[in-house]
Design a protein around this ligand. Structure first.
Ligand code: PLP
Length: 544
């Protein structure tokens, strides 16, 4: 039986005093690293640091051997036919850019490239760029490739799709690709395995694909390194993306010749310490019983969906986007009533890490008419207890926020002029201040007319629109946002400056103000960026 507790004990981050109560459910963004992967980075620099494929000394040989050992391990890990099919890149994004760019000179006007609606931006934008310069056309298949066969025709040159969706967790059914490959062997098939690798074994030899990409950091490996698998015959004729040392066969003054092996795409010094850590990661994987891990993760995914379904039954304002069938352990939630940013902030306050936003899958969520979602993504070190804590905290938010805040009768219409920041000082802990900020955000009326491009404050986590006006030397401000927290944070700033003169506004020490409110340590970097963007807008108005 797979033992998640023993598995988790190998990941030192969870033992650190700051993380002992952490519930980490953002594994689709990045996974944590086992001790052996972390050690390998230190070992490389303390014992073996030399540059690979250069110099003739011992350390250079050690580094070269390490690089080639990792290449062989990578080939075995994904079931590739030879290590000559494995290119080290900085990650899936670079791998996809290399492939797309490599086909730039092989595509012409009218050629078609099929992607699917669920693709990560990393598997859309590079192809868009290539289409701009080659006049080839992008065609989009439905989620899970339901209609892909009907889109294929003589003009189809490439199909590039995800093997599992980062936004919904759905594993792509490879059968339709198999049939397409049988009927049209010349169509190039690219699989983005970024999300799949940590959850299901890969066997490239039996899969219908010519290229496969992934990032080590998504399967317990280090950041900074990823894989690009390509059939040897195809790799040798793709144009490289980077030019320089290592990738050349011969350099003349006005022309150079490139090697045909994987080094063709590895110009410059490779990220050797990350590759050393990746090698340790493959060793780590070789000690796991994959069948048992898959079985455990499937059970855990079933439990996650059971709990979330119950929550959705109780609170119909939230709903699941996606399905538990063929799922790598991702549950994605949306709501027409609540801002997912607010719920993400609430969970973060309880040390539960999830992801909120559009998950680099804007076309997908636009097609589903969903603006922002909250994603819970599992890894093998998660347990039922993690899921229970997350769902119970989520429910806590829904319970606390189920009643609309009622305005005191005498106040009637509400705007920031009615807020008094001194009320925040009177509250003795952060939870109470947070609730007050949420309350302020909810009280401020929606202002659809404010929602224009020119009022959009760029840098905020959720959309925020801000407008100001100067009357008789004093400044007045209005805001709108879908997120009560974001609107509330804007209100914390605006209630200090509303109706004030320029000199007063410019003299306020906002850093001290946030320190006094105890806000600083509760703001993530993206919220700090948002707060700074609001302050900048306010100061810009005051300077006018
Ligand atoms: N493809 C998918 C499906 C992903 O989920 C991601 C990252 O989230 C990427 C590509 C890009 O990976 P990276 O940022 O590691 O290059």
């Amino acid at each position: 039986m797979f033992d998640p507790i023993y598995f988790k004990s190998q990941f030192p981050l969870f033992d650190h005093s700051e993380n002992q109560s952490l519930v980490y459910l953002d594994n689709a963004a990045t996974t944590q690293k086992p001790q052996c992967v972390i050690d390998a980075i230190v070992d490389f620099y303390t014992k073996a640091n030399g540059n690979a494929n250069r110099s003739s000394h011992r350390l250079a040989r050690v580094a070269t051997n390490l690089l080639e050992k990792a290449r062989l391990q990578a080939a075995e890990f994904i079931g590739a036919e030879s290590k000559n099919t494995i290119v080290f890149t900085s990650g899936a994004t670079e791998s996809l850019n290399i492939i797309a760019n490599g086909f730039r000179d092989k595509l012409s006007s009218g050629d078609e490239i099929i992607l699917s609606l669920v693709e990560h931006h990393a598997n859309i934008v590079p192809w868009q760029e290539v289409c701009h310069s080659s006049n080839a056309k992008l065609v989009f298949a439905e989620i899970n490739l339901n209609n892909v066969k009907s889109l294929v025709n003589k003009k189809t040159k490439i199909i590039s799709v995800t093997a599992a969706s980062n936004a919904l967790g759905l594993v792509t059914d490879l059968n339709s690709l198999r049939e397409i490959k049988k009927q049209y062997p010349d169509i190039i098939i690219v699989l983005d395995g970024s999300q799949l690798v940590a959850h299901k074994p890969v066997d490239i030899k039996s899969w219908p694909c010519d290229f496969f990409v992934c990032s080590a950091h998504k399967f317990y490996g280090p950041t900074g390194v990823g894989l690009l698998y390509g059939r040897e015959s195809l790799l040798s004729c793709l144009l490289p993306l980077k030019f320089g040392g290592e990738m050349i066969d011969n350099v003349e003054l006005h022309k150079s010749y490139y090697v045909t092996g994987p080094e063709r795409f590895e110009g410059g010094t490779s990220p050797l310490s990350a590759i050393a850590a990746l090698s340790a990661c493959f060793d780590f994987w070789s000690k796991q019983d994959r069948a048992q891990m898959v079985q455990y993760e499937n059970l855990l995914t079933g439990y996650l969906y059971e709990k979330i379904n119950k929550l959705c039954d109780k609170y119909p304002e939230i709903y699941l986007v996606g399905d538990k069938k063929s799922n790598i352990g991702i549950a994605t939630l949306a709501s027409n009533q609540y801002s997912m940013a607010d719920i993400g902030f609430w969970l973060d306050e309880e040390n539960i890490a999830v992801r909120v936003g559009n998950h680099c899958a804007q076309p997908l969520f636009r097609s589903l008419n969903v603006r922002s979602v909250l994603r819970i993504s599992l890894a093998a070190y998660n347990t039922r207890e993690d899921i229970d804590k997350c769902v119970s905290s989520f429910e806590g938010f829904l319970r606390e926020n189920s009643q609309p805040y009622l305005l005191p009768k005498e106040k009637g219409y509400f705007d920031v002029s009615l807020l008094d920041y001194r009320e925040l000082y009177g509250l003795n802990n952060w939870q109470h201040r947070y609730k007050k900020i949420m309350q302020w955000g909810s009280l401020l009326p929606s202002r659809p007319r404010l929602r224009s491009e020119e009022n959009l404050v760029v840098g905020c986590e959720s959309f925020l629109w801000l407008s100001g006006e100067k009357k008789e030397g004093k400044y007045y401000f209005w805001v709108d946002s879908d997120s009560a927290v974001v609107k509330g944070l804007a209100a914390v700033i605006l209630c200090r400056v509303f109706g004030e003169k320029k000199e007063t506004i410019l003299a306020i020490d906002f850093q001290q103000y946030f320190l006094d409110l105890g806000l600083e340590k509760h703001l993530s970097q993206s919220r700090v960026n948002g707060v700074n963007a609001i302050l900048k807008s306010v100061f810009d108005y005051a300077e006018r």
